[in-house]
Every structure is written in C-alpha cells, then in structure tokens.
Design a protein around this ligand. Structure first.
Ligand code: ATP
Ligand code: MG
Length: 733
C-alpha cells in the first residue's frame, strides 16, 4: 500500500501533494487555471481508494457527465484498488436525480418521475399563463421561467415566493406581478404530472434532506468523502446540499478558481468560495501556483487581463513550460473574413507542427457565432464538431420519440402527453386537448388519468373523439404493460413502429426528411449502445426504458461519444470550462459581442465577461489567437463595432497584433469615416442599457455605414470576397 501511495503522490508537485494527503477534515483548493485542481481531485480519489475507502463511500461532483467519465477512467488507470465505476461520481443533477428516484416517494414523487427540459417547462408555463387568463405578451414563458428558476436556485418554494417581499417587489417593477401565481400553478402541475425540472432536482433534494432527517443521515453516513470540482460555479442550492451531506463526516474537499466564475446568470455565486470557510471554519486552504497547461506568455497575458477585476482573491500563477508565443491578435474586416483567417491560421499551425485537427478549438461568446466558421470549414474540407447549440436530443423527431418513451415510463407526464396525443395525426384536435387539460385541472388529476375514465370525469367530447382517445389509451397501455419486462432497445423499436412515428419519418421525400431519417437511425444506434454498455457493466441483466430515460434527460452534447476522427471543436466559452487544447482561437472580440450587449450595464457584469475571456485564454496550451470582425451580420443587419475593450486590458507587451498582410485592407481601413467620429470612438462601452430589455443593436448611423461598406466592397475586388450574404440564411442545424 505504502508503495502504491508513494507512486501516486510522485506524479504531483509539493503543494498538490499536500492537498491530496490532507484527509482529516474539510479543505479548499483555490488556484488559477491549469494548475492541476482537477488532477488533485482525481489523485485524491485514487489515494482514498488506496487507503481502503470503498468507492461507494465517495461522492464526487463534476461539471459535466463527460468530465466524470474521464475522471473515472483516469482513476481506474492509476489505481488497482476499488472499482472506479462504483464511485458516486457525476454531475449534481445526475447524482441527485438518482437519489430522488429511490427516495422521492417521501416527498410525493413516484420513482418514475419525468425530468422536464427547458422546452417542457416553457410550454407548461405558456399553458398556465393562458389558463390564468394573464396577458401572454407580458408573461413571456422564458422570462417567467427564469424568475422561477432563480427562486428555486435560492431554495424558495412556490408558497414561500408568495411571501417573499424582494421577489414580489422585483416582479412588480418589471410589471409581472403574477409570477408567484404562475409559480404556484407550475409547481402543482409538475406534481400532477409526476415531473421535475432541472432546478427541482436540486430543490427537492434539499427539501428531502431537510424534512427527512433519517434520509439525510443515511446519505451523510454513506458519503465518507465528498469532493467537488469547479466549486466557483455552484449555486446556493448546490452549496446547501453539500453542507447538508458534509456535516456528518466533515470530510469534504472542494476545488475552484474565483477567476473562472462564469455562471452567475444561473445563480452561481462567487461568494460561495469565500463562504466555504465560514461554514467550515476549520477548512484548510491550499493554493496551487504553477500552471502546467500553458506556455509562459499565455499565462502572463491571462494574468494581466485579470488585473482589471476588483472582486477576486489575488493569486500568482506562473508557468515553467517555456516562454512560447505571444497571444496573437488578428483584426478582420468582416465575420466571413474572420472565418477565413482562422481557417488559414489553423492550417498553417497544423502544417508547421504536424498535429491533427483535434488540437484546435474555436471558442465564441454565443452559439449563433458558429455559422461563418461552419461555412468556411465545410468549404475548405476541415472536419469540425460543434458542442452545444441545438442539441441532438432537442431535435423535433427525437423529442417526439422520447415523448412516447416518457409517457410509457410515466403516463402522468403532461408535456409528453400533449406533444404526442395527436402525433402522428390521429384526429384529436387542439380543442379536445384543451378540454382534457381543463377537465384534468378541474379534478386536479393528470391528463392520462382523465382519459382513463373520461365519462367518470365528465369529459365533454363526442363519441367519435371518445373512440379515438380510447385507441390512444390502448396503444400506450400496451407499451406500459411491457415496460417492466422488455429491454429498452426492443421496446423502443416497437414503440417507434407501432405508434406510426417510424412510418411518418420515413415517408417524407425532402432533404430535411433524409436528415430526420438519419437522426432516427443515429438515435436507434445510440440506444443500442446504451443497452450494450449497461449489460457489459453488469448493472442489471436488463436495461429498461426508465434507465434509458434517466440518462437521456440529463444528456448534453458535451457528453456525446466521440468517434475517432480528429476534428476541430467549436463551442462557447461556457462549454469549454475545464478543457484544454494546444491551439485556441477566441473569436468575435468586439464590443456588443464580447462583452455581451446584455452585460454592459454594470461593473459586476463586465467583470464576469472579463473572467469569461480569462477562461477562454487559459484553455490554450501553446497558441492563443484572438480575432474580431469590424463588420458583422447580426440581428439580420450589418453591425459595425469597436474592438472589445478587453483587448486593451491585456498587457500590450504580451499581445502581438497582426493584420492580414493585405495592404488593400489596411489602407482602406484607415479611410473608414467612423474612425474619426467622436461618437463612435467612445463606442458601445459608454452607452447604457436597460437590464431585461433585449438590446436591438441599432445605431443611428447604421444605414449610412452599410451603404459605405457596400460601396467600398463593390469598388474593391479583394474586399468583395468578404461580403456578407445580403440575406443571411437562418436555418436550424
Ligand atoms: P482548470 O482551472 O482549467 O479546470 P485545473 O486547475 O483543473 O484547470 P488540470 O486540468 O487539473 O488543471 O491540469 C492542467 C494540465 O496540467 C493537465 O493536462 C494536467 O495533467 C497537467 N498537470 C497538472 N499538474 C501536473 C503535474 N504535477 N505534473 C504534470 N502535469 C500536471
Ligand atoms: Mg479543472
């Protein structure tokens, strides 16, 4: 044992080693990017296993399921003790959803509860707004859901919300004084549907532990060691659950970096890190200062950027990886040129360093920015993959199929019911559906319950409709009977065929239908994989539909299984957390893009945007390239923006500016009239925006500039290559 432990520890530096070895009480590792925080967690778990702790006594919370999977694999490699797959390791949501499946009955949820995604939540809110007779223009589902979500993250239930002065006041100010009513109805209808949304998973876990001391004790006992990665992005609900569980053994180790706190819009609070030491007063603090990921100039550039933030725990980070290259800054004329420049630079580095496409990442502020890169990469035959955006599981045909599965697993699921009651078309119109909803509400039962006994509940429909409802009921009931006996893949295929979805998807002849067919196939093979893996792991001899749904509900693109061909990764900076790539392009560094126009309001928000850039730069190992576009197609028009203010925040000696070498571009650029427009010089940064109101991005002189740009482009053969499409095609991926 001693030997194995020593061997483990030898892969760490002195401070990492200390952090791993300290197991007597709570500890906190605060350290900059790339300094080995995740490595410390990984080795610490291996170390604990070597020490004889059982894997199921260790709870480890990560930010994505993929991160958990990778960590498990790594642990399995570096230790022979204990079976890594039996660790309680995953995201907050996946771990606590699992616990709620076995304990949920105590708080009124069946083990087969559905997890509503955002679309489901919004659709339910829409229906409630209608039912309550509120103005649909005022009560936009997304905004209402956001308020409810924020409340849940602060552990405020619907009944507490109605008493919460601050929340009510705020709602009055934004002229949505009935949010508390919607929240109440939302809660009730989720319960009737035996469904929870993402935030509920945390809220109900907290309530379960709060109100059932025996359950809390049970899990408190079970988890002898608790570890949390990316602690800076936990919200109040998550932090509260951790302290509920950690109070028994008080052996908890959290790692994080306040510089990388980028989820405050989801309720994450940078103060959580600071509060940790208040809650666990005896917590030992460890600092790691050596960055192993990036070359020196990159680390220094990232540090210099962060000097401009006020709210932070000061820390030094240095690298010994060699000096490396300066951060490169390449301003471009248009978004299309930006994509060309990135592709060119990428090819150059690939050639010079003989690396594959997997070494590159393109990071942007919002998903919508991926389009020009996709176009360009396709044109040049550069393989790429996009993480995020419209996820595979969000596609219509996939959601339809999953809705069937959901209804079979949990017939009370209201959103699934409404989605498929008339898909494929079976002559049950929206009036009938509304009648069912009203009737169900009247009797406070689920929609399914209502059609099980339509006459008993006094459902007022004609005989023809009744027959159709009966047929639907029989169809679903047939599947339900099989659900506990048939494996997920087999039952899934049966549902797809017998419900008529398969035929519907195969019947179309358009190119889009082809894509739908491919999606169906991909879905089937993913399901097959899931069943196979489940069998291999020997979790159970059979993998059922409910097991499958449990996974799928919390599945994101970041968790997707990769095939082996190396590809350039395109994703938002938010999605890139914790990852690393030899070369990173951070694109779209303009005012009104990055910092986001939504954030220009307050210093606090701008600081968060700056941290976001810090996260982006620190993903890079050897090359970090920043780009922006003077002209960009956004909101359907050409927008002209200044370079991002953050470019000035990076120490000039660490940044190398490089124009495209096209003289035409440079001389022309000097002639731009906005260059000596004093209004423009103060730029987007000084204007004020009202929070909660979408920024329209229109500028009074926009039209004139567009004409200018067009004249210039027409007169200039090189520039005309960069002309943005007159009408951007907005198509869904
Ligand atoms: P982030 O803040 O971005 O999540 P992190 O602090 O979690 O970063 P890691 O991802 O754990 O950092 O480590 C960054 C890189 O440095 C990894 O490739 C890791 O393997 C390597 N590394 C960390 N510590 C050491 C070490 N002592 N010896 C060799 N490599 C190390
Ligand atoms: Mg990490």
């Amino acid at each position: 044992h001693q030997e194995r432990e020593e061997e483990l520890l030898s892969a760490l530096n002195e401070s990492q080693r200390k952090a791993v070895e300290y197991c007597a009480g709570p500890s906190l590792v605060i350290a900059g990017a790339g300094s080995g925080k995740t490595r410390v967690l990984t080795y610490k778990i291996a170390y604990l296993l070597e020490k004889g702790l059982k894997p199921w006594n260790i709870l480890a919370l990560t930010f994505t399921n993929k991160a958990a999977k990778e960590m498990k694999e790594r642990i399995a490699q570096i230790t022979t003790a204990g079976e890594a797959r039996r660790l309680y390791m995953g995201t907050f949501h996946s771990i606590f959803a699992r616990i709620l499946r076995s304990e949920g009955e105590l708080i009124g949820f069946g083990h087969n509860f559905t997890i509503y995604d955002e679309t489901d939540s919004r659709s339910l809110i829409k229906s409630i707004v209608k039912a309550l007779g509120l103005d649909e223009k005022t009560y936009k589902p997304a905004a209402v859901h956001n308020f409810i979500s924020m409340a849940k993250n602060r552990l405020i239930t619907a009944s507490e919300y109605a008493e919460d002065r601050a929340a009510l006041n705020r709602d009055r100010i934004v002229r949505m004084p009935a949010v508390y009513q919607i929240y109440k109805a939302y809660e009730a209808r989720c319960r009737q549907a035996n469904a929870m949304d993402f935030d509920d998973i945390l809220l109900y876990t907290y309530l379960l532990f709060r109100d059932h001391v025996d359950v809390r004790k049970k899990y408190g006992q079970l988890f002898e060691y608790i570890l949390v990665d990316e602690y800076q992005d936990t919200n109040f609900a998550q932090v509260s659950i951790i302290s509920q569980l950690a109070n028994t053994h008080r052996r908890v180790c959290v790692v994080g970096d306040d510089y990388q706190s980028i989820y405050s819009f989801r309720g994450a609070n940078i103060d959580n890190i600071l509060d940790f030491r208040e809650k666990f007063t005896d917590a030992r603090l460890f600092k790691l200062e050596r960055n192993y990921r990036s070359t020196q100039l990159i680390v220094q550039a990232a540090n210099s950027l962060m000097k401009h933030n006020e709210r932070q725990i000061p820390k030094e980070v240095y690298s010994e990886e060699g000096e490396g290259h300066k951060v490169l800054y390449k301003p471009c004329y248009s978004d299309r040129e930006e994509a060309m420049v990135v592709a060119g630079e990428l090819r150059r580095i690939k050639r010079d360093e003989r690396c594959d496409y997997g070494s590159f990442a393109i990071l942007y502020r919002t998903n919508a920015q991926s389009r020009p890169f996709e176009d360009e990469f396709r044109k040049q035959g550069i393989p790429y993959k996009i993480i995020g955006g419209l996820s595979f599981y969000q596609r219509k045909e996939i959601k339809d199929i999953i809705a069937y599965f959901r209804l079979v697993a949990n017939p009370d699921d209201e959103e699934a019911f409404r989605r498929i009651i008339n898909y494929p078309a079976r002559g049950i119109g929206s009036t009938t559906v509304q009648k069912i909803v009203d009737c169900a509400q009247h009797h406070a039962v689920s929609l399914w319950e209502t059609i099980l006994n339509p006459i008993g509940y006094g459902l007022n429909v004609n005989k023809g409709t009744l027959t159709k409802l009966l047929a639907f009921k029989t169809l679903i009931s047939g599947f339900i009977k099989k659900a506990a006996l048939t494996d997920a893949y087999e039952l899934g295929s049966e549902i797809i065929e017998e419900s008529g979805i398969g035929a519907d998807i195969r019947s179309g002849r358009d190119p889009e239908d082809l894509a739908r067919r491919e999606n169906l196939e991909e879905f089937m093979s993913a399901m097959q994989d899931f069943v196979d893996i489940g069998r291999e792991e020997g979790r159970e001899e059979n993998v059922y539909l409910t097991d499958y749904l449990q996974e799928v509900a919390l599945y994101t693109d970041a968790d997707k299984k990769d095939d082996d061909t190396p590809k350039v990764t395109l994703m938002t900076i938010h999605a890139a957390k914790g990852l690393e790539f030899p070369t990173v392009f951070v694109v779209g560094l303009e005012e009104n893009v990055f910092p986001s126009p939504m954030a220009s309001g307050s210093r606090r928000e701008v600081e968060e945007e700056r941290r976001l850039l810090y996260v982006a730069i620190t993903r890079a190992e050897r090359h970090c390239i920043l780009t922006n576009a003077r002209n960009r197609f956004r909101y359907g028009t050409m927008q002209v923006d200044d370079p991002s203010r953050f470019l000035d925040d990076i120490d000039a000696s660490l940044l190398q500016e490089e124009n495209n070498g096209s003289d035409v571009f440079r001389t022309q650029r000097q002639k731009m009239p906005w260059d000596d427009d004093p209004c423009k010089r103060s730029g987007g940064s000084t204007r004020e925006y009202e929070p909660n109101r979408p920024y329209t991005g229109s500028r009074p002189w926009g039209q004139e500039y567009r004409q200018m740009g067009a004249r210039w482009q027409n007169a200039n053969p090189v520039a005309s290559q960069f002309r943005a499409d007159p009408k951007p095609k907005i198509t869904e991926r």
